[in-house]
Design a protein around this ligand. Structure first.
Ligand code: CO
Length: 167
């Protein structure tokens, strides 16, 4: 396991559609471990493989109690409701903006053992899932801002906005 360097917004890999993983082998497990360690070190709510320079459909999302999901080839299979809230990105440090997301999502993926899992998440965690899956399609939260005026420096935020999803 290793903490990897997180690429910033200007890196072209963050704008590419990541490739599907054909088989969950030892290299993919190692990638998941590096993603988790890098996410906890940041710290962030999630991290996607393209953010550490690997163009594969692999990401991690933090849950409660220092648990996290390891997701390979994740797909949103169902969604419900909507929420609007502050969001940032580990690849754009220091900035937060308002983004609309589904309130509840169901995600299908392979876990680190290559077994299919289905996860249901709401609220903050659901935002993190959507943020990370966007990364796999080359989409950044700044593409989804409700308005450009909501993009602010972290220093300008008020207390309630500090709970931003950063992934
Ligand atoms: Co991000």
């Amino acid at each position: 396991m290793a903490v990897r360097e997180i690429l910033t917004f200007d890196h072209p890999i963050l704008r590419q559609k990541a490739r599907k993983v054909a088989r969950v082998d030892a290299s993919v497990v190692r990638l998941l471990d590096d993603l988790a360690e890098t996410m906890y070190a940041a710290p962030g709510a999630g991290l996607a493989a393209p953010q550490i320079g690997v163009p594969l459909r692999v990401c991690v999302v933090k849950g409660d109690d220092n648990q996290h999901w390891s997701l390979v080839n994740p797909v949103l299979v169902r969604w419900e409701g909507s929420q609007v809230g502050p969001e940032g990105c580990l690849s754009l440090p220091g900035w937060v903006g308002e983004v609309e997301r589904y309130e509840t999502v169901w995600v299908r993926a392979l876990n680190r053992k290559g077994k299919e899992i289905k996860v249901k998440a709401s609220g903050f965690t659901a935002r993190a899932f959507q943020h990370e899956i966007d990364h796999l399609d080359g989409i950044l939260f700044t593409d989804r801002l409700t308005s450009l005026e909501t993009l602010k420096r972290v220093e300008e935020l008020e207390a309630g906005e500090l709970e931003a999803v950063r992934g």
